[in-house]
Write a protein that binds this ligand. Sequence first.
Ligand code: RM4
Ligand code: MN
Ligand code: MN
Length: 396
Amino acid sequence: MSFGSDLTERAFGTLDAFQIEIPSWGFANTGTRFGKFVQAAAASTIEEKFSDAAEVHRLTGSTPTMALHVLWDLPNGVDDVEKVRLLAAKHGIRSGSINPNLFQDQEYKFGSLCNPSAEIRGHAVQHMIDSIHIATGLGSKDISLWLPDGSNYPGTQSIRRRVSWLEEALHASHAELTEGQRLLVEYKPFEPAFYHTDIADWGMALHLAKVAGPQARVLVDTGHHYSSQNIEQLVAWLLHTGMLGGFHFNDRRYADDDLTLGSIDPYQVFRIFHEIHTGAAEGLGLDVAFMIDQSHNLKGKLEAMVQTVMSAQELWLKSELVDREQLADLQDKCELVRAEELFRGAFWQDVRPLVAQWREARGLAVDPLCALREGGYVERISKERAGKQSTGGSYA
Ligand code: RM4
Ligand code: MN
Ligand code: MN
């Protein structure tokens, strides 16, 4: 397929502006609840994670920031800020969103921000506040809260009392935000709790974000929905209400599978991106953080991350190429098949040559996966790290 020069220019602008954050935990050994398969190249220190993130950014040009998980990456909390600042500067990767960890300590067995014990709730709020101070120290804009709280059996907890505790906790946390910072509220309908989760869906997250204060927004993790939920529709609603703060991208077939973005349903990512492009074109003044939340236990860490970023770039560009003016016209006329074909047509375009042209023009590897394989980085770290990997710094 050949592309005209206008289109090429537009595509280059779209790709230049595209950024997606990578998660530090994506480079660590990870697994399922049945165990972990250890990889020689897996990172076990924060320095190794920064080094891996820099390699992904060098190859893809789109990942200047890395999300950090407080207890995994800053086990000493605020005291680790200076060390992390130096590493970020050394590797040319900025610290991205700060993720509090309210699921690791033994005292959180029956909940953290929603624990019936006021004392334990207090510890959890303090952890939120520490996380915000870490973000301030690192120059990070977003604190993204995923709350593991919930219960396993009907009747064992008061759902409504827990809502009140959450409202109080998020309001108190929000008060610590500095100007320009945001509190992103993530939701998830199940796991680790299996009867009720305290922030189970986007409606609950939206309510809590509103109660927390003006700098709170909703974070959509694409893996955190019931099967068959129409994610682009809720994205459209969050855009409409000005409450969409960001995404954790991953793909899934069954549950919160954390598979590679677009590996199961690329059309869904396209549809979500289309909503965002449409919102931006309509002047909504968007401030939406794109982040990856994946951790691969079978694929090579670096390879999976580069593949994910490439898929994101391709889908972001495809969805930008929808002729939105013509689509709006067809929608107005209820020309269903023509509208659908226009939409699907953009999805089916092969934009990979266009992305390759952009890479070449920007001095990036034309084929980042091949460059990763041939560049020797993974071999080098596999030798350096062999035998010293820990299985900490990520889940199960
Ligand atoms: C959760 C959720 C959070 C992530 C943890 C590790 O399922 O997606 O965003 O921080 O996993
Ligand atoms: Mn997530
Ligand atoms: Mn998840």
